[in-house]
Write a protein that binds this ligand. Structure first.
Ligand SMILES: Nc1ncnc2c1ncn2[C@@H]1O[C@H](COP(=O)(O)OP(=O)(O)OP(=O)(O)O)[C@@H](O)[C@H]1O
Length: 565
């Protein structure tokens, strides 16, 4: 039987092919900044977004009027069934555009044949979306629920359209499985651990052969991979580790693409006679390195070996900014985002980091209008952080946070934040303590828990520029902010520059502001250099120098905050 992707033809709007260094016949859609736009932008419908979805988009997300450049490239590719490797700047509408495309995909009838010509079963297809953490899955589901209200003319249950499979929302594994059996949803969105539980507990709840498309969002955070320039010893160690302890996402993908598919990709007549339709593979990330992309394509067995059926979209859209402000990715060099840093000394004085310059643009105000990534498989840390029990706080003698640093953040928050700000802590920092300390300073602080309707979920949709009576500070850690989109976010605060901060993570965290033409500020607060003991060894932690190096690498000139020296 013909493979799924083979029958597809390249529509005329799938973009000019450029030669790719890995394989000449691969469809490579290169840097957006190199393209010149002369024609009027296309509509979502002309890209293939279905009429009901486009209509629902208009009424539910009035701010989304024309597709971003990135969306113009990947939506047709996704709809045409190509495998897609999508790397584009943070905040270019990757996740959102994907959801629109996936909702527009016609549902296929998937057939499973046990032996040649012997039918084993059939079922409507399901698209599986794997997200690195629960909040991102909830964010996608929130978008779908908002669109569903407008798409739904037959009053059908949203569960037939999409279902969430995550831990920590009150639904048990049993509940997830029975819902999957009952609704056979078009889309399943979940986190790796929760999905793997389902596959292992009841493979018939979501048969792998019925999955027509698998999307791995923020792929470089959920699939372990080697750093560039790994040494031979590291490679051997890594390969041993892969055999012994593959991460849940890898296990899921290996179930969807079983060994015989991984070994003999896309042969029409497999030796054992089985001939399921091939599952489309889509991977996205703003920080997808080319080496990892290469591994995905050449070694994983998940991407088709028919290179002409792979679309590789990569690049930056920043250069387009001047002409098209709706295009996002303003984080580093668009001038939309101001980067500042404060250094707190042991005597409590706070100064702007050396080299800060006076702002050339007016400051924002309420009246104005990897491998570097730590494991994110421990979803336990995603349990609602909202309630701080007195016991938690009493257990520790005092807060682990530098109070002067928190006060500096609270000051800027009080003076500048119109609606919502994000405080990002290092991966292992105690979020509850930060919330506790900020509340003592009078800040309306909450953990990043999208189930919290009143304080957090409400910020998933744009509310406009009107200042809120009581602005919100959402507190999170590096990993759990990945992919999150809070449209009215104006400030990102970062406390400390620990080991998990690299230029890449900085860009990603900073990328929560400056999206879709909005201005924003990124303020990092660090302590002046200090020594600490680990066993018998004494170490020096020099956060200001580390931050200065990151700035240098990213060509950021920090801007002086006027309230500090
Ligand atoms: N074409 C568009 N025009 C205007 N706004 C858009 C458009 N597409 C998406 N958005 C808005 O962008 C936000 C979603 O961006 P999304 O999270 O998809 O970006 P991303 O590229 O996945 O970012 P990240 O790399 O940080 O994960 C939503 O608020 C959505 O309303």
């Amino acid at each position: 039987m013909a493979s799924f992707s083979r029958s597809l033809t390249c529509p005329p709007f799938v973009l000019p092919l450029a030669k790719h260094s890995l394989r000449p016949s691969l469809r490579h859609i290169g840097h957006a900044s190199q393209s010149v736009v002369t024609e009027a932008p296309p509509s979502f419908e002309s890209l293939g977004i279905s009429k009901p979805v486009a209509k629902a988009l208009q009424s539910t997300f009035p701010n989304v009027q024309i597709p971003t450049k990135s969306q113009r490239k990947f939506i047709p590719a996704v709809l045409s069934g190509f495998d897609v490797l999508l790397q584009n700047d943070t905040g270019t509408g990757k996740t959102f555009g994907l959801i629109l495309a996936l909702l527009s995909k016609p549902r296929q009838k998937m057939e499973f044949r046990r032996r040649k010509h012997l039918k084993g079963g059939s079922r409507p297809s399901t698209v599986l979306v794997i997200t690195p953490h629960r909040e991102l899955a909830l964010q996608c589901m929130h978008w779908i629920q908002s669109l569903h209200g407008a798409i739904n003319t037959t009053n059908s249950d949203v569960s037939t359209l999409a279902q969430l499979v995550v831990r920590g929302t009150g639904s048990s594994l049993k509940d997830h499985i029975s819902q999957l059996h009952e609704h056979q949803p078009r889309l399943v969105i979940g986190t790796p651990n929760a999905l793997l539980d389902v596959f292992q507990e009841d493979p018939s709840a979501l048969p792998t052969w019925a999955i027509s498309t698998v999307v791995v969002d923020e792929v470089d955070t959920v699939i372990e991979h080697l750093p560039p320039n790994a040494r031979k010893y590291d490679i051997l160690k890594f390969e041993r580790m892969l055999k012994k302890h593959p991460t849940p996402t890898r296990q899921i993908l290996n179930l969807i693409y079983p060994k015989y598919i991984r070994e003999v990709q896309d042969t029409s007549d497999r030796e054992d006679g089985s001939s399921e339709q091939r599952t489309q593979f889509i991977a996205t990330s703003a920080t997808l390195r080319s080496q990892f992309k290469f591994t995905l394509m050449r070694k994983s067995g998940w991407v088709t070996r028919r290179w002409k059926d792979v679309v590789d979209i990569s690049g930056s859209s920043r250069a387009d900014f001047a002409s098209l402000r709706v295009e996002s990715a303003g984080t580093i060099d668009s001038g939309l985002v101001q980067h500042s840093a404060l250094v707190v000394s042991p005597d409590g004085t706070i100064k702007n980091i050396d080299g800060s310059k006076v702002a050339v643009v007016p400051a924002l105000g309420p009246d104005e209008g990897q491998t570097d990534v730590p494991s994110i498989e421990d979803e336990l840390s995603l349990l609602p952080m909202e309630e701080i029990s007195e016991a938690d706080v009493d257990d520790a003698e005092s807060s682990p946070f530098n109070q002067e640093a928190l006060e500096a953040i609270a000051t800027i928050f009080a003076l500048e934040v119109p609606q919502v700000a994000l405080l990002v802590l290092p991966a292992t920092a105690p979020v509850k303590w930060a919330i506790h300390d900020l509340r003592k300073l009078g800040i309306n602080a909450h953990g990043l828990n999208i189930l919290d309707e009143e304080n957090v979920r409400t910020h998933l949709l744009r509310k406009g520029d009107k200042p809120a009576d009581n602005p919100t500070m959402i507190v999170s850690t590096t990993v759990f902010t990945r992919g999150l989109d809070l449209p009215d976010l104006s400030h990102v605060f970062r406390l400390g520059v620990w080991d998990d901060m690299t230029p890449r993570t900085y860009v990603h965290i900073a990328g929560r502001v400056g999206r879709f033409g909005k201005e924003g500020k990124v303020v990092t607060v660090v302590e002046s250099p200090y020594t600490f003991r680990e066993g018998k060894k004494v170490h020096v932690r020099d956060e200001p120098s580390r931050l200065a190096q990151i700035y240098k690498k990213l060509k950021i000139s920090p801007v002086k905050l006027e309230y500090f020296g």
